[in-house]
Design a protein around this ligand. Structure first.
Ligand code: EPU
Length: 421
């Protein structure tokens, strides 16, 4: 397995271009199953999760190409059973459920298993499909959903953790071809959900209210091919801003959407970071010492859970005591024991990390457990004394396009060491 070796102590400086959003691209790719016509999607990041999704689409019968960030998909003749071997590799594959059910009248998808960031049920996705009129059963580890006709309905999609992003996506996609109007209350407002809705509307869907808690979908008879450009990845952008702050450097993050990170930027300002913000770029600096922070992750526009691990890395070298609670994924703290091995002073109480800032970290071999945890360990490595080895780097390749190349261009000392074949 490849690893990243990071030698800390270099201030990052320069410009970095942000890739297209993984979490937007994945459901948008799934949505291509809703039409037999060709869809062209630009700004698709070349990530292993994207490659998994393309493999699923090919398996289902779609013709797929992927070159220079542009994907074309033609789902002319498809079938409705997604293969276990591909689905188990990526939880986001559940978002083919809605499109398959709407297009084929059935969907058979293996139930996503456990996940290191916590129990990740799909009960709300299934509740949504049932409300639209599908019969849903679990057979031999598969979700089997069937419906001769989907019918519009009013449905509340909240969970005890707030709204669900892919659950909202799934129901919204299925409802595009249902008879009548569907109203989703408690919908997720994330920019990625809005991007998907805009993609669907270009295909001929009639969706209103996306980006708010109430989405209305008027069913249509059919959808057509479309061309679309995926929004920039706000989490990649935020991660590079932290790379700038943690090394006390000056990095300009380009081709991003600053408005998608308002909450993050405000929180960082409150503890001493400074930002210059342009229409599609942000420069981050730390003119003085940063202060500690209390943060609770929330659904959009709150502080994103996908930035929690990276924030823990930053706060572990920031004066004072920070208190960071993850309300979305209460068990998403696998990075803490690894940060501890690098000298961080952290305690976990329930779903709250209590971090006492230390003057410096020291390098250690560490193990990535999931995508954002690996990003946090790389960030910690940028300031740790010595050579930090981040093992199991395939996690980071699921969600960051060439992170080592981008960091190196900013002055980081980082290399990818290939494991012997
Ligand atoms: N939940 C349920 N039942 C469901 C669905 C969700 O109880 O049927 C709970 C979850 O267990 C969690 C909360 O609701 O506690 C929110 O989960 P959500 O469904 O919103 O997560 P998701 O849609 O599966 C997406 C992103 C995640 C991101 C979350 C939250 C994609 C492909 N994944 O997951 O991204 O953390 O929304 O914003 O869009 C990442 O990129 O690192 C990542 C994990």
């Amino acid at each position: 397995m490849d690893k990243l070796v990071v030698t800390g102590g270099h201030k990052l400086k320069g410009r970095v271009t942000i890739s297209g959003s993984k979490n937007s691209a994945l459901p948008i790719l799934a949505a291509t199953l809703l039409t037999p016509e060709k869809c062209t999607i630009h700004n698709v990041p070349d990530l292993s999760d994207i490659r998994f999704m393309l493999a699923i689409l090919r398996f289902l019968g779609s013709e797929v190409t992927f070159e220079h960030g542009t994907v074309t998909v033609k789902a002319e003749k498809i079938h409705a059973e997604a293969p276990y071997d591909l689905v188990r590799k990526m939880r986001a594959s559940i978002c083919v459920l809605g499109p398959l059910l709407a297009r084929c009248g059935e969907a058979i998808i293996s139930l996503p298993g456990g996940c290191v960031i916590g129990d990740r049920p799909v009960d709300i996705h299934l509740k949504g499909m049932e409300a639209l009129g599908a019969q849903v059963a679990t057979e031999g580890g598969n979700v089997v959903a069937r419906a001769s006709k989907l019918r519009g309905v009013e449905i509340y999609l909240g969970s005890k953790f707030g709204s669900t992003v892919l659950g909202t996506d799934n129901v919204m996609m299925a409802a595009t071809l249902a008879e009548g109007t569907t109203v989703i209350e408690g919908a997720a407002c994330e920019p990625e959900v809005k991007d998907l809705a805009e993609f669907l509307n270009k295909m001929g869907a009639k969706i209103r209210g996306h980006g708010t808690r109430r989405i209305e979908i008027e069913g249509v008879k059919g959808l057509h091919g479309v061309e679309h450009t995926v929004i920039p990845d706000r989490i990649e952008a935020g991660t590079f801003m932290i790379a700038s702050l943690i090394t006390k450097g000056e990095v300009t993050v380009e081709k991003m959407e600053p408005g998608h990170l308002n909450n993050f930027i405000e929180r960082m300002k409150s503890c001493g970071a400074q930002f210059r913000v342009g229409p599609d770029w942000v420069t981050s600096t730390v003119p003085r010492k940063m202060a500690s922070l209390d943060v609770v992750t929330e659904t959009y526009p709150g502080f994103p859970t996908d930035m929690q691990a990276q924030l823990c890395a930053l706060m572990s070298v920031t004066d004072g005591i920070s208190v960071i609670t993850d309300k979305i994924f209460p068990n998403r703290f696998m990075h803490l024991p690894e940060l501890k091995r690098m000298g961080a002073k952290v305690d976990l109480e329930g779903s709250t990390a209590i971090i006492t800032g230390v003057p410096g970290l020291s390098a250690a071999p560490v193990m990535a457990s999931d995508l954002r945890a690996s990003a946090a360990l790389v960030l910690a490595g940028l300031v740790a004394k010595g050579r930090t080895e981040v093992n199991r780097v395939y996690h980071i390749d699921r969600g960051y396009e060439q992170i080592d190349v981008k960091l190196r261009a900013l002055g980081a000392e980082i290399e990818r060491v290939k494991s012997p074949a």
